[in-house]
Design a protein around this ligand. Structure first.
Ligand SMILES: [Zn+2]
Length: 269
């Protein structure tokens, strides 16, 4: 079994990219595995969450038996939970299968290393202006009080993006973890070229049809809501609504180092 770790900050396009890759033969995206496994299995089983395969957590062919097993055998350690999930994956999809993990944060990367599981790491960055636009919109909807109101500010999201990505990339360098970096916008506007490089890196045969996400196989219990909208899964449509947002002008001028970092890491090709 092969593991692809598709890592990024939240709202960076990892769900879309994981669905493209899961259209390749024998590849299955499991979404944010770490975020599912760190919770009590009952949270997923009893709330009857819906999985991107179209079934509920009570009948999903992958997550139901995994979560039930963890619950029945009272597996508490997250690394042990991961180990069981990987074993179950091989049992269901075979030794030539590819698991795609889009977990957020980086604790799962430490788990894979601890378990001695080799993985191919892809690091995805979204344009800071688009990131700040969508994150501040989400924060505004949540109607936060007090200090947390700051999350609705575009300048705050600029800093969060910069320090978040920098910290992650520094960690990979320090720990000598090999990775393939990709800008979400760069990918959207040069889909075939970037996909060829990506397939080459993760060692799966390239096929332009992956971009239509037809035959994509996924069990995403947690992640981007687009996972349930079948019509959106026929091609990658770039959401450019941030372009009309003027609020990024000031943080762009205030933090020129972020603008430079954005250009270098998102559009470096
Ligand atoms: Zn499922």
């Amino acid at each position: 079994m092969k593991v692809i770790v598709l890592n990024s900050l939240s709202h960076s396009g990892s769900t879309v990219l994981s669905m493209v890759l899961s259209a390749s033969q024998n590849a299955v995206s499991l979404g944010e595995v770490y975020q599912i496994l760190r919770d009590k299995p009952s949270k997923w089983l009893e709330n009857n969450e819906s999985c991107s395969c179209g079934k509920s957590s009570e009948s999903c062919e992958f997550w139901h038996p995994v979560l039930r097993h963890i619950q029945t055998h009272q597996i508490d350690d997250i690394a042990d939970r991961y180990k069981y999930t990987l074993e179950q994956f091989t049992r269901i999809y075979g030794i030539h299968s590819t698991l795609i993990d889009t977990s957020k944060g980086d604790k799962h990367i430490d788990i894979y290393r601890r378990l001695n599981v080799t993985f191919k790491l892809i690091y995805l960055l979204r344009d800071v202006r688009s990131f700040a636009f969508s994150q501040s919109k989400v924060a505004a909807r949540q109607n936060r009080k007090g200090l947390k109101k700051i999350k609705g500010k575009v300048w705050f999201q600029f800093l969060k993006w910069y320090f978040g990505n920098k910290k992650r990339l520094n960690k990979f360098e320090r720990a000598s973890i090999e990775y393939h970096k990709i800008g979400y916008e760069d990918f959207c506007f040069n889909q075939s070229d970037r996909l060829i490089e990506l397939c080459d890196y993760v060692d799966i045969p390239f096929n332009a049809e992956y971009l239509s996400m037809i035959n994509a196989e996924h069990h995403v219990l947690m992640g981007n809501p687009m996972r349930h909208q079948k019509d959106k899964q026929s091609a990658i449509k770039y959401d450019s609504s941030w372009l009309s947002d003027r609020r990024n002008a000031i943080p762009s001028a205030l933090f020129p180092f972020i603008t430079t970092y954005n250009k270098r890491h998102v559009y470096n090709k």
